[in-house]
Design a protein around this ligand. Structure first.
Ligand code: ATP
Length: 574
């Protein structure tokens, strides 16, 4: 716990409250050691809907509670990027860090006591330099762990190059001030989830040997007006005490979204917090080696006010890794793992187009867990295969007794529709795997269709991709009738619609530019209708191949690319 002076009565009361909380925490901890449970049991409980609450952290274990019980369980944390979303979808309450709630009277009364104190505090409106809010932010953000350096980041070479001078600036701000250089005090890293934005920010701190403060934009947006702004001031005060620091604000969009994106109009709390942030940033002197790095998945949603000179005026894209970068990320993460010589890392890199760095790390971690469970000497290709399945679709559903034969048939034809369209319409694509093994995440099966790594995609390639997405539904309709199509195509239709939207509005590949909302909607509808009709005709013309692939898939549950080539080659022969 941080040191702070108890210099007034209020401080004494808060101190007492904290002491009571601490004592209650120790009491509860001693009286309720978490029960260790295997990860499969956790998944089973999630599936059965009996998990009420989960606490996720960056650590190797996660904690959870079952509905109606007070016992706390601890299990392996797969650190899967989609785990949180999956749990939330199931209606489970998920928090990151902190403790599980406790329904016991002790905790309730302690919380009540603290709430009363907090309200008294708010009314008296003390804002001394070391406030309760200050403790809140610093304790959550500061970490004493060893930060990574640039060597711990594979790929992302351009981004690394673009931040090297920042490292030098944090170390020697005076050097730049002497030349009258105005170094950026704010940078934005933007790109898809899991591409290493946090890692890059930490590495800057590591290279500059500066403390790292991490917060999330959503931490600042509170119910009470003024609390977020107070937290911002507190955070910057702490950073300034060190003279040099890296402040990392994840999910900056929670604070700095464009106003038009918020139809309810202004949100006082959000605006006050954002203003406090911008004011703090403009108050940096050139001799302070402090840099604020914000991260977002989408730069275009941010309020332009944030991007003005003197604010977050350096914007660096951190994108998905290309083939070479994937190979180096994989090689970096196998360093501490016993890999069998039979695992071909080049082919793993090839099969992981669209994987982020976090997904690649997760793939190897899952493979290592499979190998450990088997007590094998090394991680074998089969472990990688299983892990690949897990990362893409979640764990294999072990109890498949509830799945009816008819559902299996529909899934097989649906997935074969995708595979056939991919193989014949876009031969450059790789169809790495096609399976009807259901996953615990609810997928009935899937077809991994990987387009080649490319800078640009042509109009006809995008049309083909839409047809590949629609081919699952078209195959269902062709084989089982339009009355019997299923909800299994929901995700495909979402993806097709999004591609069609880009085709019309972003890339202007339709019949003209500058669509208004109504005409772009009409153009998208026409494009999707035409492509769906084309897909149905395509499958009708290749119905014998569709049946051949589907029947073998029903038989063997999983097919790989060689199997498909064999079936298609054999069936092609007159
Ligand atoms: P989000 O947008 O979801 O917050 P992020 O872009 O901040 O994600 P990180 O949290 O930095 O992603 O990445 C998660 C993990 O993925 C890292 O801790 C690291 O293990 C791995 N990783 C991601 N990119 C790389 C990379 N380029 N080199 C090595 N490891 C990487």
């Amino acid at each position: 716990m941080k040191k702070f002076k108890v210099n007034n009565i209020l401080g004494a009361i808060i101190f007492t409250a904290l002491a009571v909380c601490l004592a209650a925490g120790v009491y509860l901890k001693n009286h309720s050691e978490p029960i260790s449970a295997p990860y499969v049991d956790f998944l089973k409980s999630v599936e059965e809907g009996s998990v009420s609450e989960v606490v996720l952290t960056d650590e190797s274990s996660l904690r959870y509670k079952l509905a109606g019980g007070d016992a706390e369980y601890v299990t392996e944390n797969p650190r899967s990027p989609s785990l949180k979303e999956e749990l939330l979808k199931q209606g489970i309450s998920v928090s990151e860090g902190g403790a599980l709630s406790n329904s016991g009277g002790t905790v309730m009364s302690v919380l009540f006591f603290c709430a009363v104190l907090f309200m008294v505090y708010k009314v008296t409106n003390h804002q001394g330099p070391k406030t309760a809010m200050a403790l809140n932010v610093s304790d959550a953000s500061e970490s004493a762990v060893q930060y990574p350096g640039f060597d711990d980041i594979a790929g992302n070479e351009e981004a690394k190059e673009s931040v090297r001078d920042i490292v030098d600036f944090i170390k020697n701000p005076d050097k730049y001030a002497r030349y009258g250089a105005r170094m950026p005090h704010g940078m934005i890293f933007y790109g898809p989830p899991g591409t290493g934005k946090t890692l890059m920010a930490k590495a800057i701190a590591g290279e500059a040997e500066a403390p790292f403060y991490a917060v999330s934009g959503s931490d600042f947006v509170q119910m009470y007006v003024g609390v977020g702004a107070g937290r911002v001031r507190d955070l910057f005060r702490k950073a300034r005490e060190n003279k040099k620091a890296v402040i990392f604000i994840d999910e900056i969009d929670a604070l700095g979204k464009k106003r038009s994106a918020n139809p309810q109009g202004g949100n006082d709390e959000r605006e006050q917090t954002l203003n406090a942030l911008l004011t703090e940033m403009s108050g940096f002197s050139n001799s302070e080696g402090i840099i604020v790095i914000a991260a977002t998945n989408r730069l275009d949603t941010l309020d332009e006010a944030l991007l003005r000179p003197g604010r977050f005026d350096r914007q660096i894209e951190i994108g998905l890794p290309d083939l070479n970068a994937r190979r180096s990320i994989l090689n970096l993460h196998i360093k501490n793992k016993p890999m069998s010589e039979d695992v071909d890392m080049d082919s793993v890199a090839k099969q992981t187009v669209f994987f982020s760095g976090a997904m690649l790390e997760n793939l190897l971690n899952e493979a290592a867990i499979f190998a450990a469970k088997r007590a094998a000497e090394n991680i074998e290709p089969t472990d990688i295969d299983k892990a690949y399945y897990t990362v893409i679709a979640g764990s294999e559903k072990l109890d498949r007794s509830g799945i009816k034969e008819r559902e299996r048939r529909i899934t097989a034809y649906h997935e074969s529709g995708h595979a056939l369209a991919a193989k014949l319409l876009s031969p450059e694509n790789t169809v790495a795997k096609i399976t009807i093994i259901p996953s615990t995440k609810g997928a009935g099966g899937f077809c991994v269709n990987i387009p080649p790594d490319k800078m640009y995609y042509t109009k006809s390639e995008i049309e083909n991709q839409i047809m590949i997405n629609l081919a699952g539904r078209a195959a269902e309709e062709l084989m089982f009738g339009s009355e019997n199509v299923t909800t299994g195509a929901g995700n495909d239709i979402e993806k097709s619609t999004s591609l069609a939207r880009d085709y019309i509005t972003k890339y202007a590949m339709g019949s003209g530019f500058a669509y208004d909302e109504k005409s772009s909607h009409d153009a998208m509808k026409k494009l999707l209708d035409d492509l769906y009709a084309k897909t149905r005709d395509f499958l009708l013309g290749n119905q014998n191949l569709l049946i051949a692939v589907s029947e073998e898939l029903l038989d063997r549950e999983t097919l790989n690319e060689e199997d498909l080539d064999r079936i298609l080659g054999a069936e092609d022969r007159p």
